[in-house]
Ligand binder design. Structure first.
Ligand code: MAN
Length: 348
């Protein structure tokens, strides 16, 4: 038994029925993968809300943002031989992929870290422009001094890249554009500079030679990134055999930077593992999990919109305790705690 997560007993803490869709033509299919941060003495989730247009018989409809930033609905005949609907997350029509849902990010806050609600003073964040026409997803939030750095997946037919927005008050945002071009996602910025430089983990994909690996980049301004170095590759036969990607910002410990990451197999089972990086030079990998520290086992983790998935990109750390928020089966959000020391022990 390698699963060392302590799951909150009343999981999941948020399900699609808990929120209202953004318009009356939409239904919320999934809540997933929140970024997590502290602000005004509360715990906040920047939650990914995936919506779908209300479906009618014999036709599948998918939403996209058009160039005016308005939702436009595309319709495909279910009997059309050019249509492939074999994956719940994406359909293909005549060679072009469309997501079945479109995601935006909603701000929810809580006094106890368990019961979350929306605050009308903090409106949602939507995809904007041609690189976000299929929405924005899986936002990591890193706080450095009084600035929050939001690194999220920009999705469009042009590809999947990493976008950056910054804010100090969660009402005004500076849009910095795409910082890692396609195909790239899972970008987590370290919450302090190391020897005067910003560092970020990111996950480019190189399908022909290489794979879906975690890389490290450095920057002087958190906008222009370079000196990329490979951190972790997929491992044949292991829980991270097909792809892996960073979770939230690395946790600073005495032993090194501790990163909780997701690893997926060829069958798309998503588990969590840990990796330890040198404090002074995070391109040096000190240790890495051989077995997952958390794997799908509860019903709500094994079945849902896309089953057998545990995916995290947000946590709060209080001394030894990590309060980890995660998306389960790409449908609901749940909470688990870990002990930093216990994770470190598995890496010895
Ligand atoms: C990708 C991302 C995540 C999602 C997993 C599992 O890594 O789209 O948002 O949770 O796949 O489907």
């Amino acid at each position: 038994m390698t699963d060392i997560a302590n799951r909150y007993r009343q999981n999941p803490i948020l399900s699609p029925k808990d929120l209202e869709p953004s318009t009356e033509d939409m239904v919320i299919e999934c809540l997933l993968n929140p970024g997590v941060f502290k602000f005004n003495d509360k715990t906040w989730l920047l939650l990914r809300v995936a919506e779908r247009t209300i479906q009618k018989d014999d036709v599948i409809s998918v939403p996209i943002y058009n160039y005016l930033g308005k939702i436009e609905i595309l319709k495909f005949d279910l009997g059309d031989p050019q249509l492939d609907t074999s994956d719940a997350r994406v359909i293909n029509y005549n060679g072009t992929d469309y997501l079945t849902t479109i995601s935006h990010l909603r701000l929810l806050c809580s006094d106890d870290g368990i019961h979350f609600s929306e605050d009308a003073n903090y409106p949602p964040l939507y995809g904007e422009g041609k690189y976000e026409a299929y929405g924005i997803e899986d936002c990591r939030v890193a706080q450095i001094d009084d600035t929050y750095y939001l690194t999220y997946t920009m999705v469009s037919s042009n590809g999947v890249g990493v976008g950056l927005r910054t804010t100090k008050d969660w009402k005004h945002f500076e849009k910095k554009g795409m910082i890692f071009s396609p195909h790239n996602k899972d970008c987590a910025i370290f919450e302090e500079k190391i020897n005067g430089k910003y560092y970020a983990l990111h996950r480019p994909s190189s399908p022909e030679l290489g794979g879906n690996y975690i890389w490290l980049a450095e920057s002087l301004d958190a906008l222009h990134w370079g000196n990329h170095k490979l951190i972790a590759k997929t491992r044949i036969g292991n829980f991270d055999s097909k792809r892996l990607g960073a979770g939230a910002a690395p946790i600073k410990t005495e032993k090194g930077w501790l990163e909780i990451y997701h690893g997926a197999t060829e069958k798309n089972k998503y588990c969590l593992g840990a990796i330890l990086l040198d404090l002074e030079d995070p391109s040096k990998v000190i240790a890495r999990s051989h077995e997952p520290i958390m794997a799908p086992k509860e019903n709500f983790e094994k079945t849902g919109f896309f089953g057998e998935v545990i995916f995290t990109n947000g946590h709060i750390v209080n001394k030894d305790e990590i309060l980890m928020y995660y998306g389960a089966a790409d449908e609901v959000v749940a909470l688990a705690t870990f002990s930093v020391n216990e994770i470190l022990k598995t890496l010895e």
